[in-house]
Design a protein around this ligand. Structure first.
Ligand code: UDP
Length: 236
């Protein structure tokens, strides 16, 4: 395997599927099956899931809700998605642990780095819910930080597009896809891969990122096995 321990980042929005809000059960099931394929290869899997399908902190300000309060609401939204994903994974026969950045004792464990690593070593899928537990951060930053903490080999950012393009492919027909990019290049060309905090964390810690289409069956498995799918952002 090219990667033995991965951190998979899924956006909350992707969970909506064809809906405009909430969780699409078909999409959830599809993701569980994709994750099972890599688990069956013996890969250690950690997951961070966003909350954009339910609530985003920035949107709170428009409704008069305080930004920090909104961010906590967003973190709790990610926990709802994480619980749904945990359930789907377990229904597909996988062992899981949900660890939260905010203490929610009746529902899941708090994030403890050593314990997370132990779960992974025992073959459990670890889902990190509630972001890093602090406002003004995103789940992309959570993905970068947790990946570094658990010494993951890579951050796999599952999206709706199949990689990073020179321009927005939906607006510019001449846009082409990068197969490999350096952090420096991505930065200089202003390519929007993750927010700056998340991106910089990966760059400074030499943690590669792969941006890929999570909705295409088999993609995740192929990346782990070493196929060139999506765009790889790396320091070398
Ligand atoms: N959030 C936060 N701190 C974190 C992670 C998330 O405050 O460490 C809040 C933030 O308001 C964010 C929301 O949770 O907008 C949902 O996460 P995100 O927008 O990253 O989800 P995604 O876009 O991946 O669906």
């Amino acid at each position: 395997m090219k990667y033995n321990r991965i951190l998979l980042k899924l956006s909350g929005e992707a969970l909506m599927g064809e809906n405009s809000y909430g969780i699409d059960s078909n999409r959830l099931e599809q993701y569980a099956q994709e994750i099972k394929k890599v688990k069956d290869l013996g890969v250690e899997v950690a997951i961070v899931i966003g909350g954009g399908n339910i609530f985003r902190g920035v949107q709170a300000e428009k409704t008069g809700i305080d930004r920090v309060q909104g961010d906590y609401m967003g973190m709790l939204a990610t926990l709802i998605n994480a619980m749904a994903l945990q359930s789907a994974l377990e229904q597909n026969g996988m062992f899981t642990r949900l660890m939260s950045g905010i203490k929610v004792e009746s529902v899941c464990e708090p994030f403890i780095r050593r314990r997370a690593i132990r779960h992974l070593e025992k073959g459990r899928i670890v889902i990190f819910g509630a972001g890093i537990g602090n406002p003004y951060f995103t789940t992309d930053s959570t993905a970068s930080l947790r990946a570094i903490e658990i010494e993951a080999d890579v951050v796999l950012k599952g999206t709706r597009v199949d990689g990073v393009y020179t321009a927005d492919p939906e607006k510019d027909k001449t846009a082409t896809k990068y197969s490999v990019l350096s952090f420096q290049e991505a930065y200089e060309r202003n390519l929007n891969i993750m927010d700056m905090t998340a991106f910089t964390l990966c760059q400074e810690n030499h943690l590669p990122i792969v941006v890929f289409d999570m909705n295409k069956p088999g993609n995740l498995q192929k990346i782990v096995a070493g196929e060139e799918i999506g765009t790889l952002i790396t320091s070398n």
